[in-house]
Design a protein around this ligand. Structure first.
Ligand code: GLP
Length: 244
């Protein structure tokens, strides 16, 4: 779906999420959301907060699993995705503490594999993801599944690409201060979500959107794996659609 601008697009995505949350509430069920960081989803979260404040949308039945976290990373660091999610969403809605999950950037390196397994097991224990929100890296990554990630990859520690670190360097003050690794939900877990919506805004994303949507399905553009998903949608603005 191509929208005139990110604001219109974000409103539509937030409405879909809100409708899902309400439908699950009516069924007396939990709503399990996979959430993303980066600049793209900020406008979606802002619209969800508005709906909470002005339209009574409640998050009491919402359980969330974030895609990724830098490694190593303290949760109260300025750049942590824990801080990002609290600032952008969790601190402003009524989601019960304990209902949101973000990969733990403080687990010792020899415990990361065990942590990753239990992260996926916990997702499964809630019946899997009803909805996964995604951004896309300039190199085609989803979460922090960098090029080369396999379609059946699981949650794991990932070495970040140079381009990914360069894009994040501004947040960290310099490239040398930017983490070299991250814990990311695997491609298999992302594709197991019953609905996937990927967001992209701006001309800078146009080439990778073209590659992901119109190119072959390839490990060099992990977002292209979404072509194999039965219920995935790209929600983009006109600028991001300019190479299609
Ligand atoms: C980071 C995140 C990704 C995100 C990407 C794009 O790499 N780990 O999940 O999709 O940034 O970010 P932005 O939305 O700011 O372009």
């Amino acid at each position: 779906h191509i929208y005139a601008d990110a604001k219109d697009a974000s409103r539509a995505v937030a409405h879909e999420i809100a409708d899902l949350i309400r439908a699950k509430q009516q069924q007396g069920k939990l709503c399990v959301l996979g959430l993303a960081t980066g600049s793209s989803p900020k406008t979606v979260y802002a619209e969800l907060i508005r709906q909470h404040r002005e339209e009574g949308l409640s998050f009491h039945n919402v359980v969330t699993f974030n895609l990724d976290e830098y490694y190593p990373m303290e949760p109260d660091s300025l750049q942590s995705y824990v801080r990002f999610m609290k600032e952008q969403l969790f601190d402003h809605v009524d989601i019960p503490e304990g209902n949101y999950h973000i990969p733990d950037g403080t687990v010792p390196v020899n415990k990361v594999a065990e942590f990753s397994r239990s992260y996926e097991e916990k997702m499964q224990s809630y019946g899997g993801l009803d909805f996964q929100l995604l951004g896309i890296g300039g190199n085609g990554h989803i979460g922090f599944n960098e090029p080369g990630s396999l379609i059946n990859s699981h949650t794991r520690l990932m070495m970040l690409d140079h381009s990914t670190r360069a894009a994040a360097a501004m947040d960290f003050g310099s490239l040398v201060r930017t983490p070299k690794k991250a814990i990311t939900m695997g491609v298999a877990a992302i594709l197991s979500a019953r609905r996937v919506v990927l967001l992209a805004w701006g001309e800078r994303k146009a080439p990778v959107i073209r590659a992901a949507l119109e190119g072959t399905v390839t490990e060099s553009i992990p977002a292209s794996y979404l072509q194999t998903h039965p219920n995935a949608l790209f929600v983009i603005d006109q600028a991001a659609a300019s190479d299609l």
